[in-house]
Design a protein around this ligand. Sequence first.
Ligand code: IPM
Ligand code: MG
Length: 366
Amino acid sequence: MHYHIVLLPGDGIGPEVTAAGAQALEKAAQMHGFALHTETALIGGCAYDAAGHPLPPETLALCRTADAVLLGAVGGPQYDTLPAHLRPEAGALLPLRKELGLFANLRPARLFPALAAVSALRPEITAQGLDLLVVRELTGGIYFGQPKARSANGESATDTCTYSRTEIERILHTGFQAAQKRAKRLCSVDKANVLETSRLWRETAVKLAPQYPGVELSHMLVDNCAMQLVRDPRQFDVIVTENMFGDILSDEASMLTGSLGMLPSASLGSHSAAAAGGVFGLYEPVHGSAPDIAGKNAANPLAAILSAAMLLRHSLAQPAAADCVEKAVAQALHDGLRTADIAEAGTKALGTREMTEAVLQRMQAA
Ligand code: IPM
Ligand code: MG
């Protein structure tokens, strides 16, 4: 087997963590008998600097030819004052997701037992572990709805939240199918007491439920969900929700696992992808570009390495290789290895490269 992977390192710590993810992919390929052809392209602020646009057409075209894309992070303070269409986020990351049709964003939040002490939660809440999946709709809602504009006199602004039934159905299918493969509990999160889009969302969820008799569907308002995530996160198996709620809840969920530096994600364009494997996807750590620590060998590479594992599982349909990467990460943590963001006070922290090397060694040993 021979796969074509595009790397989009981006800005800030993006290049450092993407290198780590790429090394894990390469190691997995050697060990599991497949070959990778990797190409690297520009995205984000560095693309704006080099080519005048954060998402150069060549980058998008290259992604379309790939089996999978591994992205680092985009953005930085020097780009924050550019007009929206030239900013790394609104001008590159969001159009990349939209253009590639990647509506299903999977964000698993799993607490590795070795990290219980750095979770933001009390030990009695984390004692039995934590493993939930946020399924976030990624190409609709208030991120993309039109009109989106500042008024002529600059004194008011509008964002529009729109969802079609079709958009809601396909992400709910992803949620139901992910739940089928896990603990069979799906919590659909909305704001149906206030928002019309949420009422359509909830109605659609209720209509689809009979197609998944093995899955227990519940509904929760987003404010309550934010509270329940810190009160009793173990009540959740799969959360399915719209774009902005998913953005916020997935950052919250990450802190339950110890650090935003631990959370991987997969963005897929097919609702059966979560189950089937072998479909195109974009993989990125949930964390941002962290400009304050960029280039200092201080970033946690584990979210990028775990994103590489998701790439192996969902796009390359290489589950044994994915397991190997995930087990090596768990082993490195079990062995007490920590980057600064997950180190307890007074303990030694490894750099990005040293942590990556430790994971690669444990892949070999597995
Ligand atoms: C994320 C990020 C992005 C988002 C930003 C950088 C546009 O926060 O992937 O969660 O809001 O989707
Ligand atoms: Mg976010």
